[in-house]
Design a protein around this ligand. Structure first.
Ligand code: ADP
Ligand code: MG
Length: 723
């Protein structure tokens, strides 16, 4: 394959199937590795005085306030444990509103006053940090002169050790707030919403006659999709380096049409990478379970076993960091962007969510005859009501410049939020609309016609991949979540709107007269089935008819981030979030404004990249080719041979289209617009379409310019020789 020198070098490097790193997998069994770098309950029990351990465990298990006197004792044990594992530093880990993970490291060492140093770590240092908050987005909450911010230890998410080739750091999961106490992070709303959910869910359980009711927790199991491409290609594509997605690139001759990638054999180098990244995750106690090839070429997925939602959110951040880090050891780059490549599937994060406790189990478990399971139906109805009332918010919670390319495209859920319930439950709710539900459709079994094969249970509901919010057996799967976003905000939204619905139902049921409880349940289920079934849709979410039907049903279709963001601080959102003390109006508005800012910044960076790459890489290459063709035509004419100038004309036309688009883009990019909403509208409606025009012209040229001159690695190269 001939190509420009930098592309040539990239191809040569990528074509090299090396696996230079090897794990000592025979000697380090996963069972031994699991949780090795975590300050687990077992470690705590072994190292803490009995009373302190009990008090800490109570806080973790019941959400009761932490006894402040225990902090010093825990700090000492943590320090000893960390030092024994060669730690030199500790870090408060938090998630500011950029959505990334932030960490501030401090050394354990303090001068002893006699020329030496001792390792120090007090309860205060464990509980509270004071990172300067001024460089994190605050959406106008905090003026820069009030720069102070606090990180506060989250007792419910375990501390862990971060290993590096040259040292170890003790990491402490924390929440992050401004000095006035306003929330500046992703974690705090998860914790607050989980508390609200617990309170409301327990009210319902008590109404159902349970006397022993443990704390109810939201659970989360996020499936992460990602691409892996050879790092040498990545490094020669400034668009991937700086924006995470390709802003140019013609469709390759072969795409994903053979459907030969999904669940296909995992390439050798990729599997080696998976083994190592998973073993790093095991060390941190992250229960990763499944891995497989995804639909698009060079696309993969990893999913953990579900956990307490707060811990799952922290682990999810770790998973993303580790995927990126370990990939580089294998000469690969992990792309977490929602749509790194046009024309093939994008990546999402299916957020599986449920709620439950140790005494009543999973509260979304329907059993075999859901129509008789009133308690399940109440919880399920609460979800239906919550999603219907707050469909716009569920869209807004996943809105970003990058996710806009995926939602509503032809492979991802549409921007209309609806619920897939499956045949069996839809039928039960249809019955409920009219009164009592008397039956559940049977799921039955499948016989495969070969005696040696087992008889398989048939799912009562088939899967529906097009639904943005699907009931999948005993949990809901929120599929619109973006692949590179933290699951924190989507979780906080789910928990809060669910708490609101459970509160609504509990309030009704508590009013029921003695002996009339069942009738009251029946009535509220019928009411919800009647008023909120509009959100249930089991059909094809990609179809045109659904868009028309959804509009008829009054479901919001918030196509872009611009359309969706106002809902983040709408009257209904504020009412729900303030009622349960999750976020105030001001905090919600701040989040919305930060999301607007992030959108504008992302598109602006992309526009800059389009201009830079086009002028410095594409235009020069095309001009060279144009000159070569012109010389050829002139030479032929001089020799008296008929010269065909069609290609030269096409190149010239393409180049002129490209330059025209670039001129327009430069003008619109520099255009000053006042106000966040207007600026977002400008980027969405003006800048993005011109970027697409420029791309169209460039992609056309890519198809006709001599390959040895083309400066950017092609889709074919990146997607098919990166294994
Ligand atoms: P699929 O791709 O078929 O949807 P996977 O096995 O890849 O299924 O992922 C299912 C995910 O759902 C896993 O992360 C799993 O832990 C999670 N999950 C299962 N039960 C629950 C639950 N009760 N609460 C939250 N997540 C759950
Ligand atoms: Mg799934």
């Amino acid at each position: 394959m001939s190509a420009s020198p930098s592309r040539q070098a990239a191809i040569a490097a990528a074509n090299y199937q090396r696996v230079s790193n090897t794990l000592d997998f025979q000697d380090s069994h996963n069972a031994v590795l699991f949780g090795r770098n975590v300050f687990t309950e077992t470690v705590m029990q072994a190292r803490l005085p009995k009373a302190v351990y009990k008090s800490l465990k109570k806080t973790i298990e019941t959400g009761s306030p932490l006894d402040p006197t225990t902090a010093d004792v825990v700090a000492l044990a943590l320090k000893d444990w960390a030092l024994e594992h060669s730690a030199t530093h500790y870090a408060h880990i938090f998630q500011p509103l950029t959505g990334i993970t932030a960490e501030k490291h401090d050394s354990f060492l303090e001068p002893d006053g006699r020329g030496g140093a001792v390792a120090e770590f007090t309860g205060k240092q464990l509980i509270q940090g004071e990172p300067d908050a001024s460089s994190f987005p605050s959406g106008g909450i905090r003026a820069t002169f009030e720069a102070r911010g606090y990180t506060a230890w989250d007792v419910t998410s375990p501390c862990y050790l971060l290993e590096n080739a040259n040292g170890v750091t003790l990491c402490i999961p924390t929440a992050f707030v401004s000095w006035t106490g306003e929330v500046l992070d992703v974690k705090t709303p998860i914790l607050r919403s989980m508390k609200a959910l617990d309170e409301q869910a327990r009210r319902i359980l008590k109404l159902f006659g349970h006397t022993n009711v443990a704390m109810v927790t939201a659970t989360a199991g996020p499936e992460q999709e990602y691409f892996l491409i050879d790092r040498s290609f990545f490094l020669t594509r400034p668009d991937l380096v700086s924006s995470g997605r390709t802003l140019f690139g013609a469709k390759p001759p072969k795409g994903q049409e053979f459907e030969d990638q999904y669940f296909g054999v995992i390439p050798e180098r990729v599997l080696a990478f998976m083994h190592e990244s998973e073993s790093e995750m095991y060390k941190l106690g992250i229960p990763v379970k499944t891995r497989h090839n995804e639909v698009a070429p060079s696309q993969y997925e990893i999913a953990p076993i579900y956990e307490n939602a707060n811990v799952a959110a922290d682990h999810q951040q770790q998973i993303m960091i580790l995927l990126k880090k370990v990939a580089r050891k294998y000469g690969l780059e992990c792309l977490l962007h929602e749509k790194p490549f046009a024309g093939v599937n994008g990546s999402g994060k299916h957020l599986n969510w449920s709620l439950g406790n140790s005494t009543q189990g999973n509260l979304l478990e329907p059993g075999h005859t859901p129509h008789e399971n009133m308690q399940f139906l109440v919880f399920c109805a609460a979800v239906i009501r919550a999603v219907h009332r707050h469909a716009g918010l569920l869209r807004a919670a996943v809105a970003s410049a990058s996710n806009d390319h995926r939602l509503g495209a032809n492979e991802a859920p549409p921007a209309i939020i609806s619920i897939f319930l499956g045949d069996q439950l839809t039928d039960v709710f249809e019955q409920l609309k009219k009164g009592v539900a008397k039956s559940s459709k049977k799921s039955g079994t499948m016989h495969l016609g070969v005696d040696t094969l087992p008889v398989l249970p048939k799912d009562a509901g088939d899967r529906n991949r097009t639904s943005p919010f699907a009931f999948t057996g005993n949990k809901f799967e929120y599929r619109a979540v973006a692949s590179n976003q933290s699951i924190g905000t989507p979780l906080a939204v789910l928990n809060t709107i669910m708490a609101e619905s459970l509160d609504y139902i509990a309030t009704k049921l508590e009013k029921a007269a003695k002996g009339k409880f069942e009738a009251a349940v029946q009535a509220v289920l019928t009411e919800i089935a009647k008023e909120h079934s509009a959100v249930i849709f089991n059909g094809n979410g990609y179809s045109e008819e659904w868009h028309a039907e959804a509009a008829k049903r009054g479901l919001p279709n918030l196509r872009t981030t611009l359309d969706a963001l106002p809902v983040l601080a709408s009257k209904e959102t504020v009412a729900a979030f303030e009622k349960y003390g999750v976020l105030s109006k001001r905090e919600l508005e701040a989040r919305r404004d930060i999301a607007y800012e992030q959108y504008c910044k992302s598109v602006n960076v992309e526009a800059n990249l389009v201009i830079e790459i086009a002028w410095t890489k594409i235009v020069p290459a095309v001009t060279r080719y144009q000159t070569e063709l012109a010389q050829n035509v002139a030479a032929l004419k001089a020799a008296g041979v008929a010269a065909d100038a069609v290609l030269l004309e096409q190149i010239t036309q393409g180049l002129s289209d490209l330059k025209l688009g670039l001129a327009k883009l430069a003008e619109e990019r520099g255009h000053h617009v006042d106000g966040l909403v207007a600026e977002t509208a400008h980027y969405c409606n003006k800048v993005l379409p011109i970027m697409l025009d420029v791309r169209k012209a460039a992609d056309f040229l890519e198809g006709i310019v001599a390959d040895d001159l083309w400066p950017l690695p092609t889709y074919e190269e990146m997607l098919f020789i990166s294994k």
